[in-house]
Structure formats: structure tokens, C-alpha cells
Ligand binder design. Structure first.
Ligand SMILES: [Zn+2]
Length: 119
């Protein structure tokens, strides 16, 4: 289950850039299909990896380094002073560390604004 939510987070974190690259390659419908299936709770891991490969990104972790914010795969204990934001739905495992002055992003899958994690 966490694997699935991890795949969704990987899609969420990269979606803005994925959409742009996919559009240039004529693969927008593939991206839209992934988003629909992620919202439906389907396992998108293999297809996401395939799509990232076709768009020339590494198939694991973050392919596009321009994604704002810092991804914290396993936040170590004791970082409670940082403002960590998470997707409110629980479907997506994305976490995001806010830097001063940065606007709070949306979860690209669920269309909710990320909310601050309660420490
Ligand atoms: Zn998300």
C-alpha cells in the first residue's frame, strides 16, 4: 500500500514538469490517464516508470530537478521545527519542506493544498 502511495507521490511531485515534457512529446494523454488512475487508487508504478523512461528521465526518484521544495523520503525524527507539508488526503505520500516566503503547493493529484503536518 505504501508503495502505491509512493508512486502517486512521485507522480504528484513531478506532474507539472511531466505535463510539460509529455506535451512536447505528444504523450499528454498518457499523463492524464496516469492521473485519473492514481485518483482511482490504481497501481501506477510500472506505467509511471515507463513514462519517465520515454521522456528521458531516470526511472526512480525525481527525474526533473527543477521541482521546487525539498522531498523528504524518510524524515528523521527530531526535525519538528521544520514546516513539513503533506497531502491532506492520505492517498499521496508527498512531503514538502517549506522555505521562508515560498507559496504552499497543491497536491497535483488530489487538487488539495498541502497542509502542515502536525508534529
Ligand atoms: Zn500529492
Amino acid at each position: 500500500m505504501n508503495d502505491m502511495r509512493g508512486h502517486i507521490a512521485r507522480l504528484c511531485e513531478n506532474l507539472v514538469h511531466l505535463r510539460r515534457y509529455a506535451k512536447a512529446e505528444g504523450l499528454s494523454s498518457a499523463v492524464n490517464g496516469l492521473v485519473d488512475d492514481a485518483r482511482a487508487g490504481e497501481d501506477i508504478g510500472a506505467r509511471l516508470t515507463d513514462l519517465l523512461r520515454r521522456l528521458g528521465g531516470p526511472e526512480d526518484s525525481q527525474p526533473f530537478r527543477k521541482v521546487p521544495g525539498v522531498i523528504l523520503p524518510g524524515l528523521p525524527a527530531g526535525h519538528t521545527a521544520a514546516e513539513v507539508y503533506i497531502c491532506p488526503s492520505g492517498l499521496c505520500l508527498r512531503s514538502w519542506l517549506r522555505r521562508p516566503g515560498e507559496p504552499i503547493p497543491m497536491c497535483e493529484i488530489e487538487r488539495f493544498r498541502l497542509r502542515r503536518e502536525q508534529g
